[in-house]
Design a protein around this ligand. Sequence first.
Ligand SMILES: NC(=O)c1ccc[n+]([C@@H]2O[C@H](COP(=O)([O-])OP(=O)(O)OC[C@H]3O[C@@H](n4cnc5c(N)ncnc54)[C@H](OP(=O)(O)O)[C@@H]3O)[C@@H](O)[C@H]2O)c1
Length: 339
Amino acid sequence: MWTNTRQVILKSRPDGPVKRSNFEIRKKKLRELGDGDVLVRTIYMSLDPYMRGRMDSARSYAANFEVGAPMIAGSVGEVLESKNDDYSAGDVVVGMLDWADYSIITDNGGLRVVNPEVAPLPYHLGVLGMPGLTAWIGIKEIGKPKKGETLFVSAASGGVGQIAGQMGRIAGCRVVGCAGSQEKVSYLINKIGFDAAFNHREEIDYRDALERDCPEGIDVNFENIGGAMLEAVLEHANNFARSIQCGAVSQYNIPKDQRYGVRNLEHVHRKRIRMEGFIVTDYWSRLDEFVKEMCRWLSSGAITYRVDIVDGLENAPEAFINMLDGANFGKQVVRVGDE
Ligand SMILES: NC(=O)c1ccc[n+]([C@@H]2O[C@H](COP(=O)([O-])OP(=O)(O)OC[C@H]3O[C@@H](n4cnc5c(N)ncnc54)[C@H](OP(=O)(O)O)[C@@H]3O)[C@@H](O)[C@H]2O)c1
């Protein structure tokens, strides 16, 4: 049977901020399934900052998207047809699918069957998926916050940040965050138990905000935005602080030669700060262990999770552009098809 699908393709590579014209939506007739193939209908698709790097031609840890080919995203979908013994029609799966209504996945392609009863489906792209594992590894393996320490989290209301902060609270830390609106700041303090938070778009000098909200300095930094915020954090870090280098989203849309040059790296040796970067895919073998612990926290209410759903595949490019600019409030997903 032939399947017609819509696909969002990368039409051109962005030079600076991503534009709507970098994408094109096309209709495509998918080929018939061969041995080992699975036809998957997309239900929810995740939009993540790392995709911005994949749109460039420069080599990075994840393969570049190809111009003229579909964008790819972590997605939840339903198996419609399978010529692979590991999957059956009706299975709910999580894996890397095209930005499309339908995708053909060949030779397993990393698809994981999930139990749709365990949690709302978008959670598999957030708190129980890649962003959740990212926060969990960063906190557990790199930051290792201890009771009474101060943890600072940037992009704190986002897909990763909201989990990192709540894990800090569970560990008994003073948890402080920054986010891009008053509504997000109020969510951090009143809904998920941050001790203090500030709106980075309103602060004139980040150092004053950190001075005010982290009076005992910073022991653990969960770095999501980089640039001027990282510079201010290094200024305010305590001796022997740990900086979990998770991301630098404030820099992704800026041409390489115009990116913010952090000017005070000497604090790293003077204060004996341990800065460590990591990429979540190196820790994929820890997924089951992570999911077990996160399910416990979710069912006890120790961790709650906010998801921001945009409707319609055709709105994915705009939602991606807006997410990079902070329009998302919680983990950004796109609803592509009915549950
Ligand atoms: N190392 C890894 O393996 C790994 C894996 C996943 C994610 N990450 C990184 O983790 C970070 C968070 O990712 P996420 O998926 O949770 O995304 P997210 O926080 O849900 O969304 C991105 C957020 O970045 C903030 N932002 C954008 N431009 C900014 C700027 N100029 N200054 C300050 N904040 C800005 C916005 O929040 P506000 O409205 O609050 O400004 C926006 O909502 C990113 O850096 C990402 O690359 C790393």
